[in-house]
Design a protein around this ligand. Structure first.
Ligand SMILES: [Zn+2]
Length: 300
């Protein structure tokens, strides 16, 4: 009872204080007056960060360095010589083969994602040079429907691999994906076999394939081209896995180890060869290309 009365007493004092404020007291700015999107709370360190500063610093948290998702355009800028990127199959667009409708239809989803991102689908493919070395590059963009792999993503990646094989180019694919595109049912699952088959022929030609896994890389993409790199790099703390932890836990009835499905855990287990900070990625990729593919250069 004592603490109850004390609480009441404090409450009354507060009321008294606020009612005795002079009329001229400056107004405390209301939360809604702060322009939206200017500041955000870092999901890793909980610090309030200036969104613009984060974006200028390659989408890393200025306080803790957490690697947020980077758009495909900016990733391409980061990993290529200026003006060298030439996009392939830019006009391929998904169609609604299954006439899928849920809360919203697949067609509506596609249109909304195109408008939101300015992209036609979840991957950009092409060729470019880095420090003068030609190579084929595919970059997935998580903003477009969680970079899920449907027929167009699978087809663009496959064509990119075939382009690399035909032109004896090393290949780099930067992955990020929520998995198969459910709106395309079985067609989306077939993309795993298609991309993997094309990679096998690239490998038979003796060519280098580097996979760069970014947060998050999951499901059908992990189970196909993300895991087939001659060298597999990942960004720090990226979530990489097949099924989600809850599904695995329910299926196996086992406790999952700490840090399960993080890049750091998978590095220890040997699935990943190297974790590279985004600020070092360009330098690291250039080094690998120079080191491994001096014999793969094509005529300019
Ligand atoms: Zn942070």
């Amino acid at each position: 009872m004592a603490s109850f009365s004390k609480k009441n007493a404090t409450y009354s004092t507060t009321l008294l204080k606020s009612s005795s404020l002079p009329d001229t007291a400056p107004e405390i700015p209301k939360k809604k007056e702060i322009p939206e999107g200017l500041w955000e709370k870092c999901k890793k360190c909980d610090e309030i960060i200036f969104t613009k500063q984060k974006e200028e610093e390659l989408c890393l948290c200025p306080k803790c360095g957490f690697h947020y998702q980077l758009s495909a355009e900016r990733r391409i800028q980061l990993l290529t010589d200026e003006g060298s990127f030439r996009e392939l199959d830019a006009d391929l667009e998904s169609v609604d083969t299954l006439k899928f409708t849920g809360v919203t239809s697949y067609v509506e989803k596609l249109e909304a994602n195109k408008a939101k991102t300015g992209l036609k689908d979840a991957v950009i493919c092409g060729d470019a040079t880095l420090n003068g070395i030609p190579y084929a590059l595919g970059v997935m963009d998580f903003r477009f429907l969680g970079a899920s792999m449907g027929a167009v993503v699978g087809e663009k990646i496959t064509r990119l691999i075939e382009h690399a094989t035909a032109n004896r180019l090393p290949l780099v694919i930067v992955t990020a994906s929520g998995g198969a595109r459910m709106y395309e049912g079985m067609i989306s699952l077939m993309q795993m076999a298609k991309t993997s088959g094309a990679l096998e022929r690239h490998k038979e030609a003796g060519l280098l394939y580097i996979a760069i896994l970014t947060h998050p890389t999951t499901a059908g993409v992990t189970a196909s081209f993300a895991s087939l790199g001659d060298i597999i790099m990942a960004e720090p703390e990226a979530l990489i896995g097949f099924a989600g932890p809850r599904v695995i836990k329910d299926t196996t009835q086992a406790q999952l180890p700490e840090g399960f499905q993080t890049a750091e855990f998978l590095l220890k287990k040997g699935m990943i060869d190297r974790i590279v900070d985004r600020r070092k990625m360009r330098e690291e990729l250039a080094l690998l290309l120079e080191y491994f593919v001096s014999g793969c250069k094509v005529k300019a």
